[in-house]
Design a protein around this ligand. Structure first.
Ligand code: PEP
Ligand code: MN
Length: 455
């Protein structure tokens, strides 16, 4: 384990050198820090802080993901597009954890399959942008790159990349993770609390459906208890964290050498993924993440060719290690049925068995005439269905879902059974980046995925 009590272990020099090879390679999506010395100081400070996650946990997650890749478990990943420092409040973190726990219950019950729970949480602070700058009227400023880099306010001071934010990012991740660990280990996630996770959320059709299911679960638990079964296992849940491995001045100092094995682990989160914009085969991000032991995800858009996919496998998972590699497809509802099957068929002809996860959000973005970045719930649902259809057609395993969601009753995505329309978007649109499913839409989606899994 990368444990604070362990003596410092000197890894093989080549391991250390390899870890910094990305510095020689082309790199995308990094901020223009105005003060290089201040960045180096912030990175050194982060390197001295304790790890946020432990190597042993990362290894267990890899085993869990291996089961999902072979069709014996299902991965649920969800959370904000961009976590903010101001949003790291007890209420908001709790609502997101509760939403994920509720979705996981719906999936587990519907599919009779273990669900691996993972938050896009405790580190999802850095964002890739389509342009380095943003122009409003006649003013052009650096684009907002996430709270760990700069501020969202459209002023020169706020938009300047500030290395103090790297350190604040670490501390915000630490306090978020601390609360997640308390919620999931301290009794709150006990399956006997399945009803209480629904409390505090506005009443709606998805909630009612959830209540019914919770009653069934309750009944089953009471029966088992009466029959003398021991329920200690139900008191705690495993809950993992993941974020896009993007900002190298944070990810590199969080990467440590494990004292058991002398190998590097990125201790900023259990799972890291490489975004659609930074997955160049010869680029810095793919090289760096190829060298850490964490399970790695890669986003695959609709133009991905089987050749590119194969090269990503060879680079990121040369040993074909179960659970090591996850492909997160984000194709768009209109494209997935054409774009995904050829990749699945190509994989079938090789010895690689990655975990396949659908991100039904990022291929379905639209902007409304009144200027909101949004997504239609129906498109999200349609992409999920297309994902399951493609896997059924080819005979591969649909292994998980990756969604942008919040536990709050925001109005950011159109549709759902409350039929949010364009005018309603203005009521409570809070995301600084991409639109998220609200609590009700998230539950609805979980019911739908459960049905697909049970087919
Ligand atoms: C994201 O997950 O927020 C994201 C930017 O996704 P992608 O890299 O798939 O565009
Ligand atoms: Mn996003």
């Amino acid at each position: 384990m990368v444990d604070p009590n362990d003596p410092v272990v000197l890894a093989d020099d080549s391991v250390i050198a390899g870890l910094d090879y990305w510095r020689e390679l082309p790199i995308k999506q990094q901020p223009a820090w105005p003060d290089a010395d201040a960045v180096a100081r912030a990175s050194a400070q982060i390197a001295s802080f304790p790890p946020l996650v432990f190597a042993g946990e990362v290894d267990i997650l890899r085993e869990r993901l291996a089961r999902a890749a072979s069709g014996e478990a299902f991965l649920l990943q969800g959370g904000d597009c961009a976590e903010t420092f101001a949003g790291a409040t007890a209420d908001q973190i709790r609502n997101r954890v509760k939403t994920l726990l509720q979705m996981a219950v719906v999936l587990t019950y519907g599919a009779s399959m273990p669900v691996i729970k993972m938050g896009r949480m405790a580190g999802q602070f850095a964002k890739p942008r389509s342009s380095d700058t943003e122009t409003r009227g006649d003013v052009t400023l650096p684009a907002y790159r996430g709270d760990i880099v700069n501020g969202y306010d459209f002023t020169p001071e706020s938009r300047r990349a500030d290395p103090a934010r790297l350190v604040e990012g670490y501390h915000t991740a630490a306090s978020t993770l601390n609360l997640i660990r308390a919620f999931t280990q301290g009794g709150f996630a006990d399956l006997r609390e399945v009803h209480s996770w629904n409390k505090g959320f506005a009443s709606n059709p998805a909630n009612h459906r959830y209540e019914q299911l919770a009653r069934d679960i309750d009944k089953a638990i009471r029966f088992m208890e009466a029959a003398g079964a021991d329920f200690d296992e139900l008191k705690r849940v495993e809950f993992y964290t993941g974020h896009e491995g993007l900002l190298m001045d944070y990810e590199r100092p969080m990467t440590r050498i494990d004292s058991r094995t002398g190998t590097p682990y990125n201790t900023s989160s259990h799972f890291l993924w490489i975004g659609e914009r930074t997955r160049d085969l010869d680029g810095a991000h793919v090289d760096f993440l190829s060298r850490v032991r964490n399970p790695i995800g890669v986003k695959l858009g609709p133009t991905t060719t089987p050749e590119t996919m194969q090269k990503l496998i060879d680079k990121l998972d040369p040993n074909r290690e179960p659970g090591r590699l996850t492909f997160i497809t984000r194709m768009g509802a209109g494209k997935i049925r054409d774009a995904l099957p050829p990749l699945l068929e190509a994989i079938q002809k090789t010895d690689a068995r990655p975990l396949w996860v659908t991100d039904p959000m990022h291929g379905n973005g639209i902007t409304t005439p009144n200027g909101y970045k949004t997504r239609r719930f129906d498109d999200v649902v349609d992409e999920v269905k297309g994902f399951f259809e493609a896997h059924r057609e080819v005979g591969t395993h649909p292994g998980g879902i990756h969604v942008e969601l919040t536990g709050d009753d925001v109005t950011e995505c159109l549709g759902g059974s409350e039929q949010l329309d364009e005018a309603a978007l203005a009521t409570r649109y809070e995301s600084l980046c991409d639109p998220r499913l609200n609590h009700m839409q998230s539950l609805e989606l979980a019911f739908l995925v459960a049905e697909e899994l049970a087919k």
